[in-house]
Design a protein around this ligand. Structure first.
Ligand code: F3S
Length: 64
């Protein structure tokens, strides 16, 4: 089961991942992205997560 992780040190809080899929990512009080939910086998969701990983300007998101 893949686990989505945002590295809070790398994240610069650009918000792109949240705008791509706000079901998975949310901005926290520190202005960093946080994972609030996994996709749970939802293919469309997984595609958006992949898009977020590729779009993040600082490569802060991983899906291991
Ligand atoms: Fe941070 Fe990258 Fe999202 S900088 S807010 S993890 S797109």
């Amino acid at each position: 089961m893949p686990k989505i992780i945002v590295d809070p040190v790398k994240c610069i809080g650009c918000g792109l991942c949240v705008s791509i899929i706000d079901k998975v990512f949310k901005m926290n009080e520190q202005g960093k992205s946080e994972v609030i939910s996994e996709c749970g086998g939802d293919g469309e969701c997984e595609g958006k997560v992949k898009e977020a990983i590729e779009s993040c300007p600082v490569q802060a998101i991983s899906n291991e």
